[in-house]
Design a protein around this ligand. Structure first.
Ligand code: CTP
Length: 403
């Protein structure tokens, strides 16, 4: 299970409607193929006014279905065959017209008849003029579709191809792909709130300089994303990172250990689980210089540092402690001993140990973790950070289920 991508090996029916954002569906098809999905495209008649079926058949190497009465293989009814093979139906871009038809059960073209004939999950990414999106029947249809179990990827705000500005742009492809993957994933964390902290913190020395560390935030982001795929409502508090956060979880950006502590402690009481994957600075400057520290007249400089608060220990001691708390242990040597000490001293339920420093896992895409929990033998997990994150989320689901 080294590639936890749910899209790999799946069959995705990509429905393309007549919005000018239809051109973006070509890139979406490519991205789906790149993730290992098999892609079959259905276009509405209006979509073919904007982009040709040949663009999609060239990309996917399959016939593109447009007309429900044109069966490329006579002994097969095309919309039933597509409906049967679908693991997922992804409609991007979806127009107000197609949404209205789906919300009321109208099947008068290839796309709507296929959706109607399938029991696969359906993800809808609308794209239209902001007034069309805000139009009350469109809003009612969107709500109706969500209530019917369709997964809606809200359109984004910005300048539109039509010249108007507002909400109606097709959501970023990364977000659409995240929702597509989530629709395919099992949901053992449905109904749970998960709080994750990740990345390094920065402690100012003067207005220009700060103390920090080499954490990339990748492990915490992978955990936040996996927990979100598993159905949880996820908030990820992140220090300053250079990698992009995942689409899906709510992202709260902070800089210092004190800001991270405030953001985490504020949300912890409402969370079922807290995963402290952040590399929090243990020390900050006692006094932050208000102006730039100049070198003139100085041969050396001594900084006085004071301890920051231990966020993980505070979460564990809080009266309304999350039901499950997972800490990390970043060690350069004696990994298991260091992690066991943290498990005992901090009051968390699980400690995930990893090696940092030269040859360590910080900043890498792969990791090697040792999972310690009271009453069980340490468990080693090796592979991509996504793989390790999926393992931890499985553990989380198991422990939360037990109560
Ligand atoms: N942690 C925290 N607040 C801090 C320091 C650490 O919440 N001020 C959390 C980290 O997020 C991690 C765990 O404590 O989950 C262990 O962090 P680590 O850096 O490995 O150890 P420390 O507790 O800082 O101890 P030491 O640096 O001495 O190993």
């Amino acid at each position: 299970m080294n590639n936890p991508d749910r899209l790999e090996g799946s069959t995705v029916i990509l429905g393309v409607c007549g919005s000018i954002a239809a051109y973006k569906a070509c890139e979406l098809a490519r991205r789906l193929l790149g993730r290992g999905a098999q892609v079959r495209v259905i276009m509405t008649k209006s979509a073919t006014q904007l982009i040709t079926p040949r663009a999609f058949s060239s990309l996917t190497s399959y016939h593109v279905a447009v007309d429900p009465f044109e069966d490329p293989v006579p002994e097969r009814i095309e919309h039933i065959s597509l409906a049967d093979m679908a693991d997922l139906i992804l409609i991007a871009p979806a127009t107000a017209n197609t949404m209205a038809k789906l919300a009321t059960g109208i099947c008068d073209d290839m796309l709507t008849t296929t959706v109607c004939a399938s029991d696969a999950p359906v993800v809808i990414a609308p794209a239209m003029n902001p007034r069309m999106w805000g139009h009350s029947p469109t809003q009612e249809n969107a709500q109706r579709l969500a209530a019917m179990g369709y997964h809606l990827v809200e359109p984004g705000e910005g300048e539109m191809a039509c010249g108007h500005t507002g909400r109606g742009r097709l959501a970023p492809l990364e977000e659409i792909l995240a929702y597509a993957e989530r629709a395919l994933a099992e949901k053992p964390l449905m109904g749970c709130r998960v709080l994750v902290s990740t990345g390094p913190t920065r402690e100012s020395i003067d207005p220009l300089r700060y103390l920090t560390n080499r954490s990339s935030g990748k492990m915490g982001f992978a955990i936040a994303y996996e927990a979100w795929l598993a159905g949880a409502e996820v908030t990820c508090v992140t220090g300053a990172v250079t990698v992009d956060p995942p689409a899906g979880p709510e992202i709260v950006r902070v800089e210092t250990a004190a800001e991270m502590a405030a953001a985490v402690l504020d949300r912890a009481p409402e969370s079922d689980a807290y995963i402290g994957a952040a590399a929090v600075a243990d020390f900050r400057a006692r006094n932050v210089a208000s102006g730039k520290l100049k070198k003139a007249g100085r041969e050396d400089l001594t900084l006085e540092l004071v301890r920051t608060d231990d966020i993980l220990a505070q979460v564990c001691r809080a009266p309304r402690r999350p039901r499950l708390v997972i800490g990390f242990a970043a060690e350069t040597e004696n990994i298991e001993t260091g992690a066991a000490e943290k498990l005992a001293s901090k009051g968390c339920d699980i400690v995930v140990a990893n090696r940092v420093g030269p040859g360590g896992v910080m900043g890498q895409d792969d990791t090697e973790i040792l999972v310690l929990q009271a009453g069980s033998a340490p468990e080693a997990v090796r592979g991509s950070k996504r793989h390790a994150a999926r393992h931890l989320v499985g553990l989380l689901a198991q422990r939360l289920r037990k109560g």
